[in-house]
Ligand binder design. Structure first.
Ligand code: ATP
Ligand code: MG
Length: 229
């Protein structure tokens, strides 16, 4: 299978005066269309790694290739374009804009990409995504008036509006009850199967990790286990 993400000899050190190294010589690649989880204790470096994979943060040294392209020498604009076209993000706290409706929130990444224009087919796509995540009935509700689970499902729809080939999720169900958690995971899996989207999901929940095809465990900034199932 093609490698959609490839990292080589990656190190991350935070701080300039007081330096803390949090990732140590990581080598890792991900198959296109794969469904992966990253687990590990709090502070082990999971979010640091995910932020670098998403080009939201730069490694101190090492290389990150996305779709075969070296990203670590790209400038800010090139990275923003790459992110917008290739990567969808789902965070623990969904970061929906409360004054916007669910549907409007889903359209935001598209508006950023296309300077505010929303053609009819994209509007329809957003509606389809609302269907997919089971929100068609509440799509015109303000984000602030939706439940935590509904907001998180809107955030999932939002992460998919630009047809990303990669979705990075950092504790996407960290704030949800067990029932919503299961719904959200089934949804991510469906999306993975339907669109062949590559998923990398950070979770501290072993039960969730066991639903994925590959579990990578980070310990003290190093890969401790890498289990393909
Ligand atoms: N911006 C930063 N500046 C300095 N240190 C940081 C910064 N971000 C994270 N760290 C440190 O890096 C280490 C790894 O943090 P990271 O957020 O990657 O852990 P994590 O595995 O995601 O933890 P959690 O499960 O609690 O979210 C921690 O010791 C943390 O204190
Ligand atoms: Mg984290």
């Amino acid at each position: 299978m093609d490698k959609i993400i490839n990292i080589k000899n990656l190190n991350k050190i935070y701080g300039t005066t007081i330096k803390t190294q949090v990732l140590f010589d990581i080598n890792l690649s991900f198959d296109s269309g794969s469904f992966n989880s990253i687990i590990g204790a709090s502070g082990s470096g999971k979010s640091s790694l995910l932020n670098i994979l998403g080009t939201l943060d730069k490694p101190t040294s090492g290389e990150l290739y996305i779709n075969g392209k070296l990203t670590t020498n790209m400038n800010k604009n090139e990275l923003a374009e790459l992110r917008n076209e290739t990567i969808g993000f789902i965070f623990q706290f969904h970061h929906l804009i409360p004054e916007f409706t669910a549907l409007e929130n889903v359209l935001i990444p598209h508006m950023i990409k296309n300077k505010g224009r929303i053609p009819k087919d994209i509007k329809e796509k957003a509606e389809d995504l609302m269907n997919l995540v089971g929100l068609s009935k509440v799509k015109n509700n303000l984000a602030t008036n939706m439940s935590g689970g509904q907001q998180q499902r809107a955030a999932i729809a939002r992460s998919l509006i630009n047809n990303p080939s990669i979705v990075l999720a950092d504790e996407p169900t960290g704030n949800l009850d067990s029932e919503s958690t299961e719904t959200v995971y089934k949804m991510l899996r469906d999306i993975n199967e339907k669109f062949k989207t590559t998923f990398i999901i950070v979770t501290h929940d072993k039960k969730i990790a066991e639903m994925t095809d590959r579990i990578i465990e980070i310990k003290d900034g190093k890969i401790n286990l890498d289990i393909l199932r």
